[in-house]
Design a binder for this molecule. Structure first.
Ligand SMILES: Nc1ncnc2c1ncn2[C@@H]1O[C@H](COP(=O)(O)OP(=O)(O)OP(=O)(O)O)[C@@H](O)[C@H]1O
Ligand SMILES: [Mg+2]
Length: 259
């Protein structure tokens, strides 16, 4: 069985791509067969993995090429469907199709991966809905600012619309909120984290700390497991001698979610 995880937030620069790539590579290192699909014309998934941006998404969704022909190997056990600026035309194409909401689900049907991760653009277009309809689990990275609760609520609204879809309602297996850019030294992010937990409770997972290593890793085309595997600050964030967040924590939680 394949578990499809959708990394979504219509707000830009909240750590979606970093999370998709770090999680995807982490799962592949743990022996899972993983595919990351880049639905964003910015093409940052390929970039972050040190690869070239290509028109993979266009070939998959517009030219209907089979998944196995379009997927590119990024690392052992880790493939990607890359995207580039042709991704903008994908959005326009999808709008004209009457099966538009199912287009991603159809394209991924029969895939033999254990996990498929969808990295989505910072917008709420038809592709966003198509990605939701294809997904089992929604992972919502959010920065810890005053708009965080509002931003999460907006995604929850579109999820509710998809679940109430008239002809073919879709049921998600679950969702979680991933606070990103956490900085324990500033009062603001700590207060916002508490607000998020007050609003959403246990579905708020332990935070990912802010760390320049995340930026550097992407610039070198390496994942955090390659660039900074032993970094307690971002990979396995420690507080009072215990792991209290970071990407190792996320990896463990996602392993419990996938089938
Ligand atoms: N925990 C972190 N600490 C510091 N920098 C980070 C962290 N996570 C991501 N970054 C950097 O912040 C920038 C935005 O992150 P990223 O591209 O993952 O966000 P995004 O939500 O995918 O953005 P977009 O909405 O544009 O697709 C990148 O330069 C990335 O390297
Ligand atoms: Mg991104």
């Amino acid at each position: 069985m394949t578990t499809i995880i959708n990394v979504a937030n219509q707000k830009g620069g909240v750590g979606k791509t970093t999370t998709a790539v770090t999680l995807g590579h982490g799962l592949s290192l743990a022996g899972r067969r993983v595919l990351i699909v880049d639905l964003d014309p910015q093409g940052h998934v390929a970039f972050a993995l040190g690869m070239k941006k290509t028109n993979g998404l266009y070939r998959l969704l517009v030219e209907s090429e089979p998944l196995h022909k379009v997927a590119e190997e990024a690392r052992p056990n880790l493939d990607i469907i890359a995207c580039d600026k042709t991704g903008e035309a994908v959005g326009r194409h999808v709008t004209t199709q009457n099966y538009r909401e199912k287009i991603v689900k159809k394209a991924l049907k029969g895939a033999t991966y254990d996990v498929i991760i969808l990295d989505t653009p910072p917008s709420l277009g038809v592709l966003h809905v198509a990605a939701l309809v294809a997904s089992h689990w929604i992972l919502i990275p959010t920065k810890l600012d005053a708009m965080a609760v509002d931003g999460v609520n907006e995604i929850l609204r579109s999820m509710a619309e998809v679940e109430q879809g008239e002809d073919d309602p879709h049921k998600f297996e679950g969702y979680s909120i991933l606070p990103t850019f956490f900085d324990r030294t500033t009062k603001e992010t700590t207060i916002q984290l508490r607000e998020l937990v007050n609003a959403f409770g246990k579905i708020v997972w332990p935070p990912i700390p802010q760390d320049t290593k995340a930026r550097e890793a992407a610039a070198y085309g390496k994942t955090l497991w390659e660039y900074s595997p032993d970094s307690p600050s971002i990979v396995g964030y420690q507080f009072n001698g215990k792991r209290a967040g970071g990407y190792l924590d996320l990896l463990e939680r996602i392993k419990e979610v996938i089938r």
